[in-house]
Design a protein around this ligand. Sequence first.
Ligand code: TRP
Length: 323
Amino acid sequence: MRQRQRILTGDRPTGPLHLGHWFGSLANRVALQQAGNDLIVVVADYQVITDRDTPGSVRERSLGLVLDYLSCGLDPVGTTVFAHSAVPALHQLLLPFLSLVSTGELDRNPTVKAEVQAAGRRSVSGLMLTYPVHQAADILFCKADLVPVGRDQLPHLELTRTIARRFNERYGEVFPLPTGLLGEAPSLAGLDGRKMSKSLGNAIALSDDADTVAAKIRSARTDGERRISYEPGRRPAVANLLTIAGLCAGVEPAVLAEQIADGGGQGLKRVATEAVNAFLQPLRERRAGFSPAEARQLLERGAGRANELAHDTLRQVRAAMGM
Ligand code: TRP
């Protein structure tokens, strides 16, 4: 393994990043970068059209995503961040990779199944079925060592390893096998108890201002019991707010519950609002220091480097395949 590890991960530009992203993956990205590793982030704009017909204003959302990254403390100089659509050679890896997986394997992917269901669609597009292979190209084009992700992405990572292994067996050693890295909270629930998600409207965005956070938490469900306790099985709504507050404050949810005790649902919401706002404040301050023009520049520089890496890998792939 290289001494300086290569970290690759990414997001779809479908809306603002939220607390689930932070505790699932972003915190690890920042820590790994600060430890001196090489961080590459893909703005997966071609992945937007997996579960929707219209991509929306992808360009703007991509810039918003980059501003989200910068607000998290990613290095505005040392981070390689690029959009899928700016790196054509990456997508060419999809052809040999598709030949290495069976339709049965694609059909069984639990994350794809869940996304098809969430999108409420009667038919599944070819891209929806194959996007995990596309994601393997995202990861393998730069020969990543580590992939910080939320739990829902692990099936894609397993498939990526399978593809790398099969390619190497069939054509000779080209790809290292990447390892997935789960965050502190690999799957965080949103304010309605379902998985925190951009599309479910139950998320606290990293870019939310203090009033928005307060309003969202005010309207979250609790239960009728006066005394606050941390019992995820019996009191999921209360436990969920305690989890969010605890993660933001760096305190165990059970300890928070004891502190709130007879403060009831109102006390819980006050503590949660304060914890989330205190946590987000430094992000808000950092974000205010960057402009969309700087985000655009970062993407341009990132695309330059990503294109070099992708061409290099594609050249090796063609050579290995005897083309
Ligand atoms: N599928 C990921 C998501 O929806 C985004 C993504 C695209 C990604 N390419 C990636 C994640 C490569 C990790 C590695 O969040």
